[in-house]
Write a protein that binds this ligand. Sequence first.
Ligand SMILES: Nc1ncnc2c1ncn2[C@@H]1O[C@H](COP(=O)(O)OP(=O)(O)OP(=O)(O)O)[C@@H](O)[C@H]1O
Ligand SMILES: [Mg+2]
Length: 357
Amino acid sequence: MISIRGIRKSFRAQQGKVDALRDIDLEVAEGEFCVLLGPSGCGKTTTLRCVAGLERPDGGEIEIAGRLVSSPARKVHIPTERRDLGMVFQSYAIWPHMNVFQNVAFPLTQGQKRFGRAAVAEKVAAALKRVQLDGLEDRPATDLSGGQQQRVAMARAMVTEPKILLMDEPLSNLDARLREQMRVELKKITRSIGVTALYVTHDQAEALSLGDRVCVMNEGEILQIGPPHEVYARPKSLFVAKFVGEMNLIKATVADQNRVLSPLGTVRCKVPLAFSSGKEVTLAIRPEHLALLRPTEQNENGIKGKIITKNYLGDAALLEVEVNGTALMVKLPGDVDFQVGQQALIVLPPERWQVYA
Ligand SMILES: Nc1ncnc2c1ncn2[C@@H]1O[C@H](COP(=O)(O)OP(=O)(O)OP(=O)(O)O)[C@@H](O)[C@H]1O
Ligand SMILES: [Mg+2]
């Protein structure tokens, strides 16, 4: 549905040239919810703006629904309003001097395709129902909560029934609770109308929960694309490992294909074949993949440690355990008996370690 091939974009800034996009390739399938995830300045918004036609790439091509919309080499640049897109941006950008109805009706009365009064009323009503704001048509935009304003922006983006929805951090202005509710709703809404979504966030939890696929970016490049569980379980690089979810990271030296030497002692793990003995590596393991046993218990992958802090999370607990001077975060589900100051045997499952150069 959206095909991005070799997109490049540089900006001239005061400090010199900024390569915002170096060589972006991305295929988003029809009906897919694809999330661009990455730190500030990595090029997420620029990618979205190129797809929207708000930015002209320096090179590469973009196709939308089989139609070439952008290609500097072939001198093609289809303007935004002819790309059949809905857009939602970080700032709600709803018009404060208009009421809810007028805000949502705007694209129907000002855009390329204009509709008669009855059709506008019908389409606006349907869009507002979709975001559960029916009944608020006459409310001035300024009298809405942040979440409601956000939903007005969504309704307005969807009112023309576009094939594609582009969203740039649309939930970032909401408080944590509302953000989670809106996440669930957003997923439901996009599913139910079958729209293809390209969604930008720097929030990894949001990306994992929303995306059919997550695309991790850094410095104008895509580092990894995959379903959320794959990106989370098998980060291809240290950057992705650090950026997506919590990770314990430990410097180590390869001993052989099954062992590394680290401040924790000798750790059993699967070392990639390309890494030979003596190579400096970084070991990574998720807090929830570590387990704690009583110090008197036996386990071949156990190392003795001491509990330094305990953070109660309600449905789980996060413990900091010191092993030979190195702190490891351990996440345990449910009620946790271990207390600060106690000794414990920390179990390091060999199959869970990721080993990075
Ligand atoms: N109009 C512009 N002029 C100059 N530099 C720009 C312009 N737009 C973006 N950039 C630069 O391009 C790079 C990518 O910016 P972009 O806005 O795409 O990042 P982002 O991933 O959306 O970040 P954020 O999470 O902070 O929104 C940054 O270094 C930014 O400073
Ligand atoms: Mg941005």
